[in-house]
Ligand binder design. Sequence first.
Ligand SMILES: CC(=O)SCCNC(=O)CCNC(=O)[C@H](O)C(C)(C)COP(=O)(O)OP(=O)(O)OC[C@H]1O[C@@H](n2cnc3c(N)ncnc32)[C@H](O)[C@@H]1OP(=O)(O)O
Length: 551
Amino acid sequence: MSQQELFRTGILILTSPLSILSLRTSALLTSITKHISGTLYVHLHPGLNLAGPNGADRPVDAVLPTWEMSQLIIKLYEKASDICNHIDIRVLLSHICSPQMKITACNQICSLSYTPDVLLTDHETQDQQELSIVEKSLWNYITKYYSYPCGRPSYVPLNLEAGASPPSQVEANVTNTEQTLPSYNDIVLGGTFDRLHNGHKSLLATACLLAQKRLLIGIADKDLLKGKRLFELIQPVDKRCFELKEFLYDVNPNLQYDIVPITDVCGPSITDEHLSCIVVSEETRKGGEIINTKRKERGLSELAVHTISLMADNSHALHEDAKVSSSSLRARLLGTLMKTPSPNPKLPRRPYIIGMTGGSASGKSSIAKRLELLGAAHINCDGLGHLAYRPGTRANAQIVQTFGKDVLNEDGSIDRKCLAEKVFANKEEMLRLTDIIWPVIMEMTKQEISEHAKTGRDVCILDAAVLLEAGWSDMVHEVWVSLITEHEAVRRIQARDGLSQEAARNRLASQWSNSQRVQQANVVLCTEWDPEVTQQQVEKAWNLLRRRMDQ
Ligand SMILES: CC(=O)SCCNC(=O)CCNC(=O)[C@H](O)C(C)(C)COP(=O)(O)OP(=O)(O)OC[C@H]1O[C@@H](n2cnc3c(N)ncnc32)[C@H](O)[C@@H]1OP(=O)(O)O
């Protein structure tokens, strides 16, 4: 099936017994990639007979939240990370509930955020006649759980033979426990929930299966984000809350969700007296113990700690985490187009100008040089500034007039080290300097661009440290930003320029923060890791740029 024939959203009704489903997870997901490109809802109803005489009727029994069921759900998310990470999988849980909740919750008809365009099932049919019975049963069954505003979608029976992988050793090792999971009225959990991935979904699904009434979710914000890798690329808290809510209301709208931004690790978990359980991952188990100690100190009941394993990322790069993680997802965004550039009618179409900017020692010039090797013209604005300081130039005279003769070398050129000491620690002095020198550098830059235009160069990299601070973004088609952590920037400045830690910090403080730059960036790159990793990002960014320039 070609790319065009894929359905955007589908709902997969799984009817085989749990032990069989567990063996078939990989085959099912492999088959799904041939049909779905966007969102896949999975509705589990082991044992449902779609071809039987009562196939169309909604069965009386609810599906129970057993340990085996929860393991299967986690496995589905885990295998999806390996097999179809591009598909947004949502295992539906509103019908999987304890007998106490069955009457109130399971009889509701739920609205899904995305209406499925296709119904899929693992139910294998013998012939055409059975196929049409199953199709009808499936439609009757599913409309008893989910509202369907757009009428009956297509039906595609899954062919598990084609592309099915044999069960692995791990898959065959099914835990055969039919015991029901414990249940709690009010459950708490926390996380950053940046770019919701299958590890998050497993944690949330487990909490939903354990919860009778309410999930309280702390979503990390502000200072809690600071130590995280590439924290500047973390989605705004409102967006993270929105995506979390959308996912949760899709998977089980019958629970109450209280989602609150938190700025310390405990959040409301140490003040809410109604809570009875905390769901953690292996990594945050310690946090659960700290919360219990603090609750005890405050005279609150201890929480049951339910731990789920970390999900391995089997295709992670060397500089990425071994677990499925948001920081790896952020790292994969480096070099891609993160924000579509707005058209600037005042700029000629060619040469296409990339404004390459970033904090001191962030590696922007090394990126610019790598882009030069790939075919771009490199305009070094720092270098142009240095040329503008030569003896006999207008800028040289103005600088002496403003800063005095002590900024001159014996040969009449500007002593940049002396000037740097004056301006990097003092905003007003820096402003006096840039008022003189930026217009001169801008003229020289325009001159260089027009020379490249004459020779037919179609991409120019404007390597400018303070492009955004100077308000030069309308001189470029796109802004690319290079990032490194402040700690690494200080280390590099000290090692390269022989400055004290204080002087290095002053220099960084005279520039915008990484977060400010990222807000205006179309493309972000990071030189924190090995040179080969930088090279890969640069090549990715360049190839994608060439592709969009050709459109
Ligand atoms: C709009 C633009 O980006 S134009 C290019 C930037 N140049 C300017 O803004 C002109 C004002 N600056 C200067 O003239 C010089 O930087 C001086 C005289 C202050 C110091 O000169 P030098 O000691 O030779 O240092 P150099 O020019 O290499 O700059 C040191 C670092 O500070 C950065 N820097 C330069 N100007 C500024 C500024 N106005 N504000 C903050 N940082 C700056 C440089 O990009 C460089 O970063 P890097 O570590 O990533 O290479």
